[in-house]
Design a protein around this ligand. Structure first.
Ligand SMILES: Cc1ncc(COP(=O)(O)O)c(C=O)c1O
Length: 436
């Protein structure tokens, strides 16, 4: 049974004629009969072309932390739009936004804006390479750092069999079209495996410019760092003279106002922020401290963008981060997310389904399988067929997390107790139905 009502199906037919496969990002394509077309969003809900309402736990893959169409963000953006947005010069809103962001992430001694997470990670690794004079970047299996060639290796969704032995991991291109030569500039290791990390450093220490890490696996079940893991990564980077880059694109302004750096208490040399910083508007930031920042500021390292720091994005960032800084939105996210995580655990136990809920209240995932999950290699134990069946059952009933378990459920400050109660009821119904 298709997820599309008549009007949604008709609009998607037009979409397929106008856009490649009817989408602007491959992650949004759910097949010809199930790809939805959204008409509008409001708070914690979205509405498709048939006016069907969904409780939205995709939230645009994470950015919408305050809820869709938050009045303060809308007002700030409308004001910016009416006053011109792109000037080829620094503009007032850019400075105002940078000030509130610097307050939220005090470890960062300097930031600059870009537009997307992809740009922010790309620029971060260029600065790290330029500063250290080394070419190789180390990443962890299962992590996604955007769609540029340099880090699109060994992401979640690839069969972990292809990653080879954890003693000699193979970096696997996650797309056709990435030149084979790029592979020599990236090394991959399993997440949460400090021995594997140290082994690579021991044999390649002179080559490694930086380790880039999503502090928790925001693109792979929300797998959490084991106690001491991030501290260990920090120590190894220091020992071998490599920079530590946090990819805070999903965790920033969501795990805490100061993101994963504040939440886990480990401080990187550089970081990439995006998503929750702008409540759905395209804004990102590259943050740095110490020698990397000095090298960047001295010039000779290309970092640019026509729309970087534009009026609309920075107005959105200023309004969003100022609102988050009151503390109230993240308290609500914590409350709603905790109720969802606890409720789902209880339902799994009541129904006798083996599984666990991973992550934190603001972004969590459901792993349907036995045992502890420490890295993406453990994902082979997940029952993705059952999960997808449950999720499609939920979406039919008007509750919409991403149907791929790798992608966390995102919670926003506009979700309500009623949303949580409906979600848990629908989860249980869909689970019971899927297991029949
Ligand atoms: C951790 C992480 N880094 C980088 C990116 C890329 O961000 P963008 O899609 O804005 O380019 C994403 C996107 O989901 C992400 O989750």
């Amino acid at each position: 049974m298709s997820l599309q009502g008549d009007r949604t199906a008709e609009m998607f037919r037009r979409g397929q004629a106008a856009l490649v496969n009817g989408v602007s990002s491959m992650f949004r394509y759910w097949g010809p009969d199930d790809t939805l077309v959204i008409d509008r969003g409001e708070g914690g809900h979205v509405y498709d072309m048939d006016g069907k309402r969904y409780i939205d736990y995709q939230l645009g893959f994470g950015p919408v932390i305050l809820g869709h169409g938050h009045p303060k963000v809308v007002e700030a953006v409308a004001d910016a739009a009416a006053n011109g947005t792109t000037f080829a010069m620094t503009q007032r809103r850019e400075i105002e936004a940078a000030e509130v962001i610097r307050k939220a992430i005090p470890w960062a001694e300097g930031i600059r804006f870009s537009n997307t997470g992809t740009e922010a990670t790309m620029h971060s690794i260029r600065i790290a390479r330029a500063y250290t004079g080394r070419d190789v970047v180390l990443k962890f299996e299962g992590q996604y750092h955007g769609v540029h060639d340099y880090l699109l290796f060994s992401t979640a969704g690839i069969d972990p069999e292809a990653f080879g032995s954890r003693y000699a991991p193979i970096a696997v291109q996650a797309s056709s079209g990435i030149p084979e030569a790029i592979r020599s500039y990236v090394r991959t290791v399993p997440y949460n495996d400090l021995d594997a990390l140290e082994r690579v450093f021991r044999s390649h220490s002179e080559e490694i410019a930086a380790v880039i890490v999503e502090p928790m696996l925001g693109n792979a079940f929300g797998i959490m760092p084991q106690p001491g893991f991030l501290e260990g990564v920090r120590r190894i980077c220091d020992e071998y003279g490599a920079l530590l880059i946090f990819d805070e694109v999903k965790t920033g302004f969501r795990l805490a106002l100061g993101g994963a750096q504040e939440y886990f208490g480990v401080t990187p040399d550089m970081a990439a922020y995006a998503k929750a910083m702008g409540n759905g508007f395209p804004v990102a930031a590259i943050a740095a401290r110490g020698g990397a920042l000095d090298a960047w500021a001295k010039g000779g390292i290309a970092q640019a963008g026509t729309y970087a720091g534009n009026g609309i994005s920075t107005a959105a960032a200023y309004a969003t981060v100022s609102e988050l800084a009151t503390g109230e939105p993240l308290r609500q996210v914590e409350k709603m997310g905790t109720a969802l995580m606890d409720g789902i655990r209880q339902i799994l136990a009541d129904q006798g389904v083996e599984g666990s809920v991973l992550g934190v209240p603001g972004m969590f995932s459901i792993f349907l399988g036995q045992g502890e999950v420490k890295d993406i290699r453990d994902a082979t134990r997940h029952d993705s067929v059952l999960y997808e069946e449950v999720l499609y059952g939920m979406i039919r009933r008007g509750v919409m997390p991403c149907p791929d378990a790798l992608e966390p459920w995102f919670v926003c400050a506009a979700h309500t107790d009623e949303d949580v109660a409906t979600t848990l009821q629908v989860f249980e119904e869909a689970l019971v139905e899927a297991r029949k």
